[in-house]
Every structure is written in structure tokens, then in C-alpha cells.
Ligand binder design. Sequence first.
Ligand SMILES: [Ca+2]
Length: 348
Amino acid sequence: MTPQSNTRIAIGCRSIRLLLLGVALATFVISGRANTPSSHWRLIWHDEFDGDSIDETKWTTTLAWAGDDGSWRHHNSNYLSYIMDDDVVVSDGTLKLQTQRRDVMNPMGRVYHYTEGMIQSKDKFWATYGYYEIRARVPVEAGRGMWPAFWTLSNGWPPENDIGEWWTSNSRFHQGLAYRNDSGGISWDDYNTYSPLPTGFHTYGMEWGPGYEVFYVDDVVARTVTGSYVPNVPMYLILNSGVESARPPDASTVFPNSFEVDYVRVYEWSDDPVIDNTQLSLAFTTGPSSTRATIYAWSGSGVAYFDDFDLSIVKQENGAGVSRGSSGPTASRYSARRANLSDGPPSY
Ligand SMILES: [Ca+2]
């Protein structure tokens, strides 16, 4: 979110009025949370990882199935890593799903030489459809062997949605879904890229509705899937770090390292624009002299310009989330939707 001026306040009728009284002319700018999709997407579940430990009302730190060794801590032979609770670290506003090079033993006596962190929401949060997003950093700098992922599963497999999956050994990035095809086998509708993986934090999202999914990287559409095989069942969320067996770490791989996640957010589509004043902020570039303004409905990110106050709304675009109160201003220009995010299922 970029402040439009050095005057910036949380929205609220009283504070708006006070501010309006003191400012000079009629153009000001409202910015919603930059990371909120359009006003029709309602935030229904999220974790900002603001505490100092994982929230166990939302997450479990083992697999949701027994795994190939029965320990609930080892996915399958594609992984070298064993899931450990102490590789799930929450600090300084982010989740760190660590991987480490260390020997651990499962209850049956099998030794693993690497460990990973995992969280999953089975029996704690399920959803069908919606918009799912993380902001995350992949441990590219660690070198070979890392395999972090953000994905969803239902009971059994498939279906599987991969909102982001990275392999550091061959710089592979994957988004897409797995489904059961008409002959009873597994098919994928997905894509992979093999180019240098991104450093630093980026957002990875999936918009999921009846018969379609749209995958995003940094708010840009990377892949649109349509078909009767798009999942229509409740699914839970999984995030994990991990060490792959096919292209394992080498002596130069840096341990410990972390798949770092700033937040996980899930939105559901609402036919009514969301009214959530707590997400608002208001910034003035220049302001009116004395007109009262009450803005009570807004969600989404973008800009609203008010340059007259005749209590009519001149223009709204894309089902805008700005309305006026009984003493409200005119939105004479409004542009709010986040680029590229669709305005909902009907357009597919
Ligand atoms: Ca955070």
C-alpha cells in the first residue's frame, strides 16, 4: 500500500470529519489494503503468523495420513525428510518451515538424515472454492535439494491443488491440479517452469470456483484451468518445507534453511460487496475545506477520487465497494479492483 500523502488515517466518520474541516481542496485518495482482492471477496480465514508459536486451533504439524512408514511424519519415497514439530517456527510475523540436516529416528527405528516442517488444516479448516493466497519466500539461497509447497487436498487423493511448489535443484516451479480421469487414472492440468526461482517474498494465489481455477503469481494470472474435473469438494490446506530424494542436497546445501510464509489468507465470493471498515485507510492529497464526508463501505484496493459533494455517485466501476452515507461525499471517480483478479465465477 503506497501512501498518497503524508496524511493518513484509519477511516471513521468522526476522524474524517475532523480532517476534512482542516484541509483545503477536493481531491483525496482512499487506499484499501493492497493485498485485498476485489470487494466481492470476503476474508473468511487467515493466519498472519503474528504470535510466537503455531496456532493449533488452525493447524496440525504432522501429516493428515499415516505416510509410507506409518509415522504420520514421512510423506513417501519422494522425500528424504522426516516431519518434526520443532521445524515449525513462528517469529517476527512469519512462519518458518525449516529443513535441517540431522539424523532422526521414527518409532520403528528407521533413520532419516533430514527434517522438515509441515502444517495442515485437516479437521480444522476446510473450504470449497474461494481465493487462496500466501505471501512467501522460498529458500533459493540454500542450494540444491529443497522442495517447499503450498497445496490443498481432500479426503484421499486426488484431487490436489498446487498453489505453489518449488524444487531448488532444477529451478522448477509448479502450479495446477491433479484429478481422476475417466479411465480411473490420475491426470494433471498444470504447468511447470524451469527458470531461476524468485528470491524474496512473493504472493501465490488460486481463485477456485465451479469448473475453473486461476493461478496467480504476484497478482498476475499464470494459468487458467477450466473443466468438469476441477474439484468441487471441501479441501484443506498444507504448507511444508521438504527435501527431495530425486535431486538431493549436496555438500554445499546450506542448513538449516526455511520456507518463510508471511500469511495465509482465504476469501470466499460474496454477491454483496464486502463492508469492512476495519480494512480502510484514507489519505489526502489535497482536501475539501468544510464538507462532511461519511464513507461506510469499502473493500478492495485502489483509488477513489472525490471532487464534488452533491451526494450522488457519479461513477463506480466493477461493483465498487465505496458507498456514501447520509452525509456522504460523491465518488466522481473510482477505480478499485486489483488488476486481473476476476469479478467472480459468472465470467467463466
Ligand atoms: Ca505475517
